[in-house]
Write a protein that binds this ligand. Structure first.
Ligand code: UDP
Ligand code: BGC
Ligand code: MN
Length: 315
Protein backbone atom coordinates (compact mmCIF):
# COMPACT_ATOMS: atom_id res chain seq x y z
CA UNK A 1 0.00 0.00 0.00
CA UNK A 2 2.78 2.38 1.04
CA UNK A 3 4.70 1.47 -2.14
CA UNK A 4 1.64 2.29 -4.25
CA UNK A 5 1.18 5.65 -2.52
CA UNK A 6 4.83 6.58 -3.02
CA UNK A 7 4.57 5.66 -6.70
CA UNK A 8 1.43 7.75 -7.14
CA UNK A 9 3.03 10.71 -5.39
CA UNK A 10 6.20 10.38 -7.48
CA UNK A 11 4.23 10.18 -10.72
CA UNK A 12 2.07 13.17 -9.75
CA UNK A 13 5.07 15.31 -8.82
CA UNK A 14 6.88 14.31 -12.00
CA UNK A 15 3.81 15.09 -14.17
CA UNK A 16 3.31 18.46 -12.47
CA UNK A 17 6.97 19.33 -13.01
CA UNK A 18 6.85 18.26 -16.64
CA UNK A 19 3.69 20.28 -17.24
CA UNK A 20 5.27 23.31 -15.57
CA UNK A 21 8.32 23.05 -17.83
CA UNK A 22 6.53 22.60 -21.13
CA UNK A 23 3.42 24.68 -20.45
CA UNK A 24 3.21 26.93 -23.52
CA UNK A 25 2.55 30.15 -21.67
CA UNK A 26 4.98 29.66 -18.79
CA UNK A 27 7.03 32.68 -19.77
CA UNK A 28 4.25 34.49 -21.55
CA UNK A 29 3.81 38.17 -20.90
CA UNK A 30 0.34 39.18 -21.80
CA UNK A 31 0.26 42.47 -23.52
CA UNK A 32 -2.10 45.15 -24.79
CA UNK A 33 -2.71 44.97 -28.49
CA UNK A 34 -4.64 46.53 -31.36
CA UNK A 35 -7.45 44.16 -32.39
CA UNK A 36 -7.78 43.09 -36.02
CA UNK A 37 -10.78 45.35 -36.63
CA UNK A 38 -8.90 48.42 -35.38
CA UNK A 39 -5.74 47.92 -37.43
CA UNK A 40 -6.90 49.72 -40.55
CA UNK A 41 -7.69 52.95 -38.72
CA UNK A 42 -4.46 52.70 -36.71
CA UNK A 43 -2.27 52.75 -39.84
CA UNK A 44 -0.79 56.07 -40.93
CA UNK A 45 -1.66 56.84 -44.54
CA UNK A 46 1.53 58.26 -46.01
CA UNK A 47 3.56 57.56 -49.13
CA UNK A 48 6.55 58.90 -50.98
CA UNK A 49 5.85 61.83 -53.30
CA UNK A 50 5.94 59.88 -56.58
CA UNK A 51 3.33 57.41 -55.29
CA UNK A 52 1.05 60.20 -54.08
CA UNK A 53 0.94 61.48 -57.66
CA UNK A 54 -0.34 58.23 -59.20
CA UNK A 55 -3.65 58.74 -60.98
CA UNK A 56 -5.32 55.52 -59.85
CA UNK A 57 -8.04 54.44 -57.44
CA UNK A 58 -6.77 53.79 -53.96
CA UNK A 59 -5.84 50.17 -53.15
CA UNK A 60 -8.10 48.30 -50.75
CA UNK A 61 -6.87 46.51 -47.65
CA UNK A 62 -10.05 45.50 -45.83
CA UNK A 63 -10.02 41.93 -47.15
CA UNK A 64 -6.41 41.36 -46.08
CA UNK A 65 -7.13 42.63 -42.58
CA UNK A 66 -10.44 40.81 -42.18
CA UNK A 67 -9.21 37.47 -43.43
CA UNK A 68 -5.61 37.72 -42.20
CA UNK A 69 -4.75 34.59 -44.21
CA UNK A 70 -1.94 32.25 -43.14
CA UNK A 71 0.80 32.62 -45.71
CA UNK A 72 3.78 30.53 -44.82
CA UNK A 73 3.37 27.38 -46.93
CA UNK A 74 1.93 29.16 -49.88
CA UNK A 75 4.52 31.84 -50.15
CA UNK A 76 7.51 29.88 -49.02
CA UNK A 77 7.19 27.06 -51.50
CA UNK A 78 6.77 29.44 -54.42
CA UNK A 79 9.60 30.80 -56.42
CA UNK A 80 9.45 34.52 -56.94
CA UNK A 81 6.80 35.04 -59.58
CA UNK A 82 6.90 37.86 -62.09
CA UNK A 83 10.22 39.32 -61.03
CA UNK A 84 9.75 41.91 -63.73
CA UNK A 85 7.05 43.40 -61.49
CA UNK A 86 9.76 44.17 -58.95
CA UNK A 87 11.75 47.24 -59.88
CA UNK A 88 15.51 47.44 -59.85
CA UNK A 89 16.64 47.97 -56.25
CA UNK A 90 13.90 45.73 -54.79
CA UNK A 91 11.09 48.25 -55.03
CA UNK A 92 7.48 47.41 -55.70
CA UNK A 93 4.10 49.05 -55.93
CA UNK A 94 0.95 47.66 -57.50
CA UNK A 95 0.21 48.69 -61.05
CA UNK A 96 -3.58 48.76 -60.78
CA UNK A 97 -4.23 50.87 -57.70
CA UNK A 98 -2.62 53.61 -55.66
CA UNK A 99 -1.09 52.31 -52.41
CA UNK A 100 -1.80 54.08 -49.11
CA UNK A 101 1.54 53.15 -47.54
CA UNK A 102 5.24 53.42 -48.44
CA UNK A 103 7.72 51.52 -46.31
CA UNK A 104 11.50 51.24 -46.38
CA UNK A 105 12.43 47.79 -45.17
CA UNK A 106 15.91 47.99 -43.68
CA UNK A 107 17.92 44.81 -43.16
CA UNK A 108 21.20 44.83 -41.18
CA UNK A 109 23.41 42.20 -42.69
CA UNK A 110 26.69 40.31 -42.74
CA UNK A 111 27.43 36.74 -43.86
CA UNK A 112 23.97 35.22 -43.72
CA UNK A 113 23.66 34.34 -47.39
CA UNK A 114 21.32 31.35 -47.11
CA UNK A 115 18.99 33.30 -44.86
CA UNK A 116 19.08 36.27 -47.21
CA UNK A 117 18.05 34.13 -50.18
CA UNK A 118 15.12 32.65 -48.31
CA UNK A 119 14.14 36.02 -46.91
CA UNK A 120 14.11 37.78 -50.28
CA UNK A 121 11.99 35.12 -51.93
CA UNK A 122 9.54 34.96 -49.09
CA UNK A 123 9.23 38.66 -48.48
CA UNK A 124 8.79 39.74 -52.09
CA UNK A 125 6.00 37.19 -52.48
CA UNK A 126 4.43 38.17 -49.17
CA UNK A 127 4.75 41.94 -49.49
CA UNK A 128 3.37 42.15 -53.02
CA UNK A 129 0.20 40.53 -51.72
CA UNK A 130 -0.17 43.43 -49.28
CA UNK A 131 -0.61 45.98 -52.10
CA UNK A 132 1.77 48.45 -50.50
CA UNK A 133 4.72 50.40 -51.84
CA UNK A 134 8.01 49.15 -50.40
CA UNK A 135 11.71 48.92 -51.06
CA UNK A 136 14.19 46.55 -49.45
CA UNK A 137 17.47 48.14 -48.31
CA UNK A 138 20.24 45.72 -47.38
CA UNK A 139 22.82 47.45 -45.22
CA UNK A 140 25.86 45.23 -45.14
CA UNK A 141 28.70 45.60 -42.65
CA UNK A 142 31.92 45.31 -44.63
CA UNK A 143 34.51 45.46 -41.82
CA UNK A 144 35.46 42.67 -39.41
CA UNK A 145 34.59 44.57 -36.25
CA UNK A 146 31.87 43.02 -34.08
CA UNK A 147 28.49 43.26 -35.79
CA UNK A 148 26.73 46.55 -35.11
CA UNK A 149 23.05 46.04 -35.83
CA UNK A 150 21.86 49.40 -34.49
CA UNK A 151 24.39 51.44 -36.42
CA UNK A 152 23.39 49.67 -39.62
CA UNK A 153 19.79 50.70 -38.95
CA UNK A 154 20.90 54.31 -38.51
CA UNK A 155 22.70 54.16 -41.85
CA UNK A 156 19.64 52.55 -43.46
CA UNK A 157 17.43 55.36 -42.18
CA UNK A 158 19.70 57.94 -43.81
CA UNK A 159 19.59 56.13 -47.15
CA UNK A 160 15.81 55.62 -46.91
CA UNK A 161 15.38 59.36 -46.25
CA UNK A 162 17.12 60.08 -49.57
CA UNK A 163 14.26 58.19 -51.21
CA UNK A 164 11.66 60.04 -49.13
CA UNK A 165 10.29 57.06 -47.20
CA UNK A 166 8.01 58.17 -44.34
CA UNK A 167 7.97 54.77 -42.63
CA UNK A 168 10.88 52.57 -41.59
CA UNK A 169 10.68 48.85 -40.92
CA UNK A 170 13.76 47.73 -39.01
CA UNK A 171 13.93 44.01 -39.74
CA UNK A 172 16.17 41.00 -39.06
CA UNK A 173 17.09 38.94 -42.12
CA UNK A 174 15.91 35.70 -40.51
CA UNK A 175 12.34 36.64 -39.63
CA UNK A 176 9.30 35.94 -41.73
CA UNK A 177 5.71 36.97 -40.95
CA UNK A 178 3.19 34.14 -41.07
CA UNK A 179 -0.06 36.02 -41.62
CA UNK A 180 -0.81 38.61 -44.24
CA UNK A 181 -2.50 41.04 -41.83
CA UNK A 182 0.78 42.26 -40.28
CA UNK A 183 0.82 45.26 -42.59
CA UNK A 184 4.28 46.56 -43.48
CA UNK A 185 3.17 50.10 -42.76
CA UNK A 186 3.56 52.40 -39.77
CA UNK A 187 1.15 53.04 -36.94
CA UNK A 188 1.28 56.32 -35.03
CA UNK A 189 2.83 54.37 -32.16
CA UNK A 190 6.17 52.70 -32.91
CA UNK A 191 5.18 49.06 -33.35
CA UNK A 192 6.79 45.81 -32.31
CA UNK A 193 5.73 43.49 -35.12
CA UNK A 194 7.00 40.02 -34.17
CA UNK A 195 5.47 39.65 -30.70
CA UNK A 196 4.36 36.09 -31.40
CA UNK A 197 7.58 34.40 -32.50
CA UNK A 198 8.00 30.63 -32.84
CA UNK A 199 11.48 30.91 -31.29
CA UNK A 200 9.77 32.07 -28.06
CA UNK A 201 6.97 29.52 -28.42
CA UNK A 202 4.77 32.32 -29.76
CA UNK A 203 4.99 34.21 -26.47
CA UNK A 204 6.36 37.62 -25.62
CA UNK A 205 9.25 37.12 -23.16
CA UNK A 206 9.04 40.65 -21.72
CA UNK A 207 6.92 43.73 -22.21
CA UNK A 208 9.79 45.98 -23.35
CA UNK A 209 11.05 43.65 -26.07
CA UNK A 210 11.40 45.82 -29.14
CA UNK A 211 13.66 43.80 -31.42
CA UNK A 212 13.39 41.54 -34.45
CA UNK A 213 11.01 43.52 -36.61
CA UNK A 214 9.66 46.95 -35.72
CA UNK A 215 7.88 49.72 -37.61
CA UNK A 216 8.58 53.34 -36.77
CA UNK A 217 7.77 56.56 -38.59
CA UNK A 218 10.88 58.18 -40.08
CA UNK A 219 10.15 61.45 -38.27
CA UNK A 220 9.90 59.64 -34.94
CA UNK A 221 13.16 57.82 -35.58
CA UNK A 222 14.82 61.21 -36.11
CA UNK A 223 13.05 62.61 -33.04
CA UNK A 224 14.62 59.96 -30.77
CA UNK A 225 18.05 60.46 -32.40
CA UNK A 226 17.87 57.00 -33.98
CA UNK A 227 19.63 54.13 -32.25
CA UNK A 228 22.93 53.98 -30.39
CA UNK A 229 26.06 53.53 -32.54
CA UNK A 230 27.93 52.01 -29.64
CA UNK A 231 26.46 48.54 -29.11
CA UNK A 232 28.84 45.95 -30.51
CA UNK A 233 28.09 42.26 -30.86
CA UNK A 234 24.86 40.68 -29.72
CA UNK A 235 22.22 42.15 -27.43
CA UNK A 236 20.91 45.26 -25.77
CA UNK A 237 20.69 47.65 -28.72
CA UNK A 238 16.97 46.96 -29.17
CA UNK A 239 16.35 47.49 -25.44
CA UNK A 240 18.18 50.82 -25.75
CA UNK A 241 15.89 51.76 -28.64
CA UNK A 242 12.90 50.99 -26.42
CA UNK A 243 14.41 53.27 -23.75
CA UNK A 244 14.78 56.10 -26.26
CA UNK A 245 11.17 55.82 -27.32
CA UNK A 246 9.85 55.83 -23.75
CA UNK A 247 12.17 58.70 -22.77
CA UNK A 248 10.48 60.83 -25.44
CA UNK A 249 7.04 59.96 -24.05
CA UNK A 250 6.08 57.82 -27.00
CA UNK A 251 4.31 54.53 -26.44
CA UNK A 252 4.94 51.36 -28.37
CA UNK A 253 2.13 49.16 -29.62
CA UNK A 254 1.52 45.71 -31.06
CA UNK A 255 -1.12 44.07 -33.23
CA UNK A 256 -3.15 41.15 -31.89
CA UNK A 257 -1.15 37.89 -31.55
CA UNK A 258 -2.88 36.33 -34.59
CA UNK A 259 -1.46 39.17 -36.66
CA UNK A 260 2.00 39.05 -35.12
CA UNK A 261 3.11 35.47 -35.70
CA UNK A 262 6.60 35.13 -37.13
CA UNK A 263 9.01 32.30 -37.76
CA UNK A 264 12.75 32.64 -37.35
CA UNK A 265 15.17 30.70 -39.54
CA UNK A 266 17.30 28.50 -37.30
CA UNK A 267 20.83 29.64 -36.54
CA UNK A 268 23.42 29.34 -33.81
CA UNK A 269 23.37 32.06 -31.19
CA UNK A 270 25.82 34.92 -31.69
CA UNK A 271 28.28 35.72 -28.89
CA UNK A 272 26.58 38.13 -26.48
CA UNK A 273 28.29 41.41 -25.70
CA UNK A 274 29.45 40.91 -22.10
CA UNK A 275 29.09 44.62 -21.28
CA UNK A 276 25.63 45.04 -22.70
CA UNK A 277 23.76 45.28 -19.41
CA UNK A 278 26.04 47.90 -17.88
CA UNK A 279 25.99 49.76 -21.17
CA UNK A 280 22.23 49.60 -21.33
CA UNK A 281 21.91 51.00 -17.80
CA UNK A 282 24.03 54.05 -18.65
CA UNK A 283 22.27 54.40 -22.03
CA UNK A 284 20.00 57.32 -21.06
CA UNK A 285 23.06 59.52 -20.53
CA UNK A 286 23.90 59.10 -24.20
CA UNK A 287 20.50 59.37 -25.94
CA UNK A 288 21.23 62.98 -26.96
CA UNK A 289 24.83 62.55 -28.09
CA UNK A 290 25.00 59.02 -29.48
CA UNK A 291 22.78 58.29 -32.45
CA UNK A 292 21.88 59.89 -35.77
CA UNK A 293 23.60 63.12 -34.71
CA UNK A 294 26.94 61.33 -34.20
CA UNK A 295 26.72 58.83 -37.04
CA UNK A 296 30.00 58.35 -38.93
CA UNK A 297 30.54 55.64 -41.51
CA UNK A 298 32.17 55.05 -44.88
CA UNK A 299 30.12 53.86 -47.81
CA UNK A 300 32.22 51.29 -49.69
CA UNK A 301 29.73 50.39 -52.38
CA UNK A 302 26.18 51.08 -53.50
CA UNK A 303 24.35 48.87 -56.01
CA UNK A 304 20.84 48.33 -57.22
CA UNK A 305 20.21 44.59 -57.37
CA UNK A 306 17.07 43.05 -58.79
CA UNK A 307 15.65 42.27 -55.36
CA UNK A 308 17.25 44.86 -53.06
CA UNK A 309 19.22 48.07 -52.76
CA UNK A 310 22.67 47.14 -51.48
CA UNK A 311 24.66 49.53 -49.31
CA UNK A 312 28.06 48.25 -48.23
CA UNK A 313 29.51 50.15 -45.29
CA UNK A 314 32.45 50.35 -42.95
CA UNK A 315 31.19 51.06 -39.44
N1 UDP B 1 23.08 39.73 -38.41
C1 UDP B 1 23.82 39.42 -39.54
N2 UDP B 1 25.05 38.84 -39.40
C2 UDP B 1 25.56 38.56 -38.17
C3 UDP B 1 24.80 38.88 -37.04
C4 UDP B 1 23.57 39.45 -37.18
O1 UDP B 1 23.39 39.63 -40.66
O2 UDP B 1 26.68 38.03 -38.12
C5 UDP B 1 21.80 40.45 -38.56
C6 UDP B 1 20.71 39.61 -39.20
O3 UDP B 1 19.82 40.45 -39.87
C7 UDP B 1 20.09 38.99 -37.96
C8 UDP B 1 20.08 40.18 -37.01
O4 UDP B 1 21.30 40.85 -37.29
O5 UDP B 1 18.82 38.47 -38.20
C9 UDP B 1 19.96 39.82 -35.54
O6 UDP B 1 20.95 38.88 -35.17
P1 UDP B 1 20.55 37.43 -34.66
O7 UDP B 1 19.61 36.80 -35.67
O8 UDP B 1 21.79 36.66 -34.38
O9 UDP B 1 19.78 37.75 -33.30
P2 UDP B 1 18.79 36.81 -32.44
O10 UDP B 1 18.12 35.84 -33.36
O11 UDP B 1 19.63 36.12 -31.44
O12 UDP B 1 17.84 37.78 -31.83
C1 BGC C 1 18.61 41.26 -25.29
C2 BGC C 1 17.93 41.73 -26.55
C3 BGC C 1 17.27 40.56 -27.26
C4 BGC C 1 16.33 39.86 -26.30
C5 BGC C 1 15.62 38.67 -26.91
C6 BGC C 1 17.61 40.51 -24.42
O1 BGC C 1 18.25 40.02 -23.28
O2 BGC C 1 19.15 42.35 -24.57
O3 BGC C 1 18.88 42.34 -27.39
O4 BGC C 1 16.54 40.99 -28.39
O5 BGC C 1 17.03 39.45 -25.14
O6 BGC C 1 16.52 37.71 -27.38
MN1 MN D 1 17.91 35.60 -35.41
Amino acid sequence: MLMLNTTIVTISVFTALLLFCIWPTRFAKHYDFIDGDRIYSALVTETTLNISKLQLDECEYEDILEENPFMYKDVYTQRIHDTQEIRLGGEYYPGDCKPRYSAAIIIPYRQREQQLNKFLTYMHNYLRKQRIHYRIFLIEQFDRKPFNRAKLFNIGSVVAAEYGFPCLILHDVDLMPLNLGQMYACTECPRHMCSSLDEFRFNLPYEGLFGGAVAIRAQQFRFINGMSNMFHGWGGEDDDLYGRIIAKNLQICRFAPDYSEYTMLKHTKEVPNADRLAFLRSGPLRYHTDGLNSLIYAQKDFKLHNLFTHVLVET
